[in-house]
Every structure is written in structure tokens, then in C-alpha cells.
Write a protein that binds this ligand. Structure first.
Ligand code: BGC
Length: 422
């Protein structure tokens, strides 16, 4: 055989082939992801930084694609244009019905393999499983559970004015009146539709209770949208408008949180990402701020952040997506991230000892709300209804808040706008 007769020639040829890498094992994928998110405030970026750090420590390459603007409305616009241009980011922060929408368009990678390997089915509560699965398959990985119904209080301001945490909306209005008379902004608020909607859903739950909330904001029942309770909700929104300073238009939620922490304002109604902001500024729960139950409320407004992975067809990107999904639901990351973010872990088998009083209350209240049928999804934070219906709610709530529209006109407009959007 020619090969045996001229071994040195064959060996030289083999060496050349090896040197050129032609016979070497296929190159190992380099896990890479471009991550579209809207965690850009002080507390949020610390939490997002923890995810990036874990990913890089595990050998991944992270390309950051942040879009400023709380609540994610600006990020949604960027996402839509990137998908239209045929260039979706690989990992995208997304929530609620939006997850199923993108899954229905067949844009999302199936995460069943990593879910199976990591036992997601066993560690996630039903309320979260419902959000992250589409037609029985995992298409998103949940990061956390945020509670939207919190009243944040500056205890030094309250002590100075001699008021305590209000338990009803009448008490809230009385406390706010006293703060105002003392020259303090009663309610720290920013001027963005999603922030107005955050106030609105809190008032809906406080004045109407969980059943009314579901009827009005989830099912868009016409009677609930136009009846006496909804009129009272808009009356209370008008009162809230009177407790906010004139500098609020365009203000971001974290700048509103700054008013609370520096004592210019007494209260803020916001989800517990506000706690992440206060902690990032070195504030301490129970001393510098208090997380109080919202007036008149027993339920729990839930909001959960997730990541979806857009299909990529690229081995490095797919490896990056699988690595990221695995890390996100790991116990270590769930603890580090949620301690920074102000939320509680999405997985249910976590130790509680490192979490503060607000987080422990959130964990306990979530359990009791589930048991008492008091758990409701956040409309303002994209957990309850499709984007078009949410848009209709936000338009009417914001126009009412920023004009002299009567409550009677507001409920009429609300029913019409929601009907058109359905
Ligand atoms: C998100 C939070 C975020 C907040 C403000 C909410 O809708 O769920 O993760 O911190 O908006 O940007």
C-alpha cells in the first residue's frame, strides 16, 4: 500500500492537516448573548450587574443592550423594531401575555431541555408556571416576583409631622393633607402613564377588593368599568393628583424615590423595585424607610420579570441562551439578584434568612393571598391583559389624571377605549 510504503510522506501530510485544524474536534461553542433589558436605575443596574457577573464567571460573553425607561414601554418599542429588522436580541426581559404573544409568532426558543435538567416544574409555583409556558412548553425563565401594592413611607418625616401609616383611603387623605400643610410633598410620583396606572390599580384593589379588580382590570366587565366603585376610584385618583408636586411631569420613578429618601416627600406608591433603589442608596428598611400595606387592601398585585430567548440559529448564541436560562433559576443567583432588586425569588425552595422584613412579608402575604383568592395580576406591569387593552387603560387613566376630566367622563371613556382595543 502506498501509505505503508511512504510513511514519512503520509505523516507529513497528516501533520499538515492537523496543523490546519481540519481534523480537530468541531470548535466548542462560545456562549454569547445580547441582552435587552430596562434595568437602568441605581438598584436595577446593580441587580442586572449581578446576572452579568455570574454569566461571565461561567465563561459567557455578555453584550449589554439596556433601554432606559422604567416599566419597559421604551424597551418594547425597541424590541418590536429589532424583530421587524430581522435582528432580535438573544435574551429579552419580557412579561405576562407578551410572552405568549411572541411564542405564538414562533419567535421564541424552546427551553424544555434546560427546564427538565434543572427541575423547573418542581421549583416554580403554579402562578409563575402559567406565565412562562406556552402550549405546555417552557418559553421563558422567571427571575423574580415583585409586589406592586406597597406604600413606602419615610418614618422621619412621619414622626416630624406626627402621623402614622394610613389603613384606609380616608386616613390616607387625612395624612396626606397634614403632610401638605407641613410643606412636605405627600406623595412622591413621576409623570409617566405606567406610573399613573400603578396608582390606579392600587386604588382599584383598595376600594374594590380582588373580585372587583379582576372583573374590571382583567375581564373588562362593562358594569365594573362604569359602575359606582369605578367612579369612586377616579375620585380618589383626582385627590392623589392634589398630593403630588408640580415638578412631576416626565419624572422617572427612581427620581420620585429620591424625593422620598431625602425627606422632601412622605410617601410613594410603587412596586418593591423601589426598595432596591433605596437599598442601593444605602438606606435601611425599618430605619430610613418603611414598607406598609396599601390602604384598605388585603390582596397581592403580582408582577414577575422573565427572560425569553429569541430563536437565533447560531451555536454560540444558543449556548449562551441555555447558560443564561440555567443561571437565572439557580439558587445562588435567585438569592443575590432578589436581595438587590427588592423582589422575592421566583423559585419556592429558597432559604429566607438573608431577606429583610419587607421581603418576608411579601413571601407570607403571597401565600395567604393565594389561599384566600386575593392574588391579582398587575395591569400596569403587563401581567394581566394584552398590550392594546393595557394601552387603552393607560391612555384614559393618564388623560384623566392630567386634566380636569370628571370621574363620570373617565368611566365612559374607559369602557369605550377598552372595548375598541379588545
Ligand atoms: C419591572 C421591574 C422594574 C420596574 C421599573 C417593572 O415593570 O417589572 O423589574 O424595576 O418596572 O423599571
Amino acid at each position: 500500500m502506498r501509505f505503508l510504503r511512504t510513511p514519512h510522506v503520509a505523516m507529513t501530510a497528516l501533520a499538515t492537516v492537523l496543523a490546519c485544524g481540519l481534523l480537530s474536534a468541531p470548535a466548542k461553542a462560545e456562549p454569547t448573548v445580547e441582552v435587552l433589558h430596562y434595568w437602568t436605575s441605581g438598584g436595577e443596574s446593580k441587580a442586572a450587574g449581578a446576572l452579568r457577573q455570574d454569566f461571565e464567571a461561567a465563561g459567557g460573553k455578555w453584550m449589554d443592550a439596556p433601554v432606559a425607561g422604567g416599566g419597559g414601554d421604551a424597551a418594547s418599542t425597541v424590541l418590536r423594531s429589532r424583530v421587524l429588522a430581522g435582528d432580535p436580541p438573544n435574551a429579552v426581559q419580557l412579561k405576562g401575555p407578551n410572552i405568549k404573544d411572541w411564542a405564538a409568532q414562533d419567535k421564541l426558543a424552546n427551553l424544555d431541555d434546560v427546564a427538565k435538567a434543572e427541575g423547573w416544574e418542581k421549583i416554580l409555583p403554579p402562578l409563575i408556571l402559567d406565565v412562562v409556558k406556552y402550549k405546555g412548553h417552557f418559553v421563558a425563565v422567571p427571575v423574580n416576583i415583585h409586589r406592586v401594592n406597597w406604600l413606602w413611607i419615610n418614618p422621619q418625616v412621619f414622626a416630624k409631622v406626627g402621623v402614622s401609616a394610613p389603613k384606609t383611603w380616608d386616613e390616607f387623605n387625612a395624612v396626606a393633607g397634614k403632610l401638605k400643610a407641613a410643606g412636605i410633598i405627600p406623595l412622591a410620583h413621576g409623570g409617566q402613564p405606567w406610573q399613573d396606572a400603578t396608582l390606579f390599580e392600587n386604588v382599584v384593589l383598595g376600594l374594590g377588593g380582588p373580585d372587583f379588580y379582576r372583573k374590571a382590570l382583567v375581564e373588562q366587565d362593562k358594569k365594573a368599568l362604569t359602575g359606582d366603585t369605578m367612579i369612586k376610584v377616579f375620585d380618589q385618583m383626582r385627590k392623589l393628583r392634589g398630593f403630588i408636586d408640580d415638578g412631576f411631569p416626565g419624572r422617572e420613578w427612581n427620581r420620585a424615590a429620591a424625593l422620598l429618601m431625602n425627606g422632601q416627600a412622605g410617601m410613594q406608591i410603587m412596586g418593591d423595585w423601589a426598595k432596591g433603589e433605596l437599598l442601593a442608596a444605602g438606606k435601611v428598611s425599618g430605619k430610613d424607610f418603611v414598607c406598609a400595606q396599601m390602604p384598605g387592601q388585603a390582596g397581592y398585585i403580582v408582577n414577575s420579570d422573565s427572560f425569553v430567548m429569541f430563536k437565533s440559529g447560531n451555536a454560540d448564541r444558543s449556548a449562551g441562551q441555555a447558560l443564561l436560562a440555567k443561571l437565572i433559576l439557580g439558587q445562588k443567583f435567585q438569592e443575590t439578584f432578589n436581595l438587590l432588586k427588592g423582589s422575592i425569588p421566583a423559585r419556592q425552595d429558597m432559604a429566607r434568612d438573608k431577606f429583610d422584613d419587607c421581603a418576608v412579608k411579601s413571601m407570607d402575604d403571597l401565600k395567604s393571598a393565594v389561599a384566600a383568592n386575593g392574588l391579582v395580576p398587575s395591569m400596569a406591569h403587563e401581567m394581566a391583559v394584552p398590550g392594546a387593552v393595557r394601552g387603552a387603560f393607560l391612555d384614559v387613566v393618564t388623560s384623566h389624571f392630567n386634566s380636569s376630566m370628571t370621574s363620570q367622563d373617565a368611566v365612559k371613556k374607559l369602557a369605550e377605549a377598552v372595548d375598541l382595543a379588545k
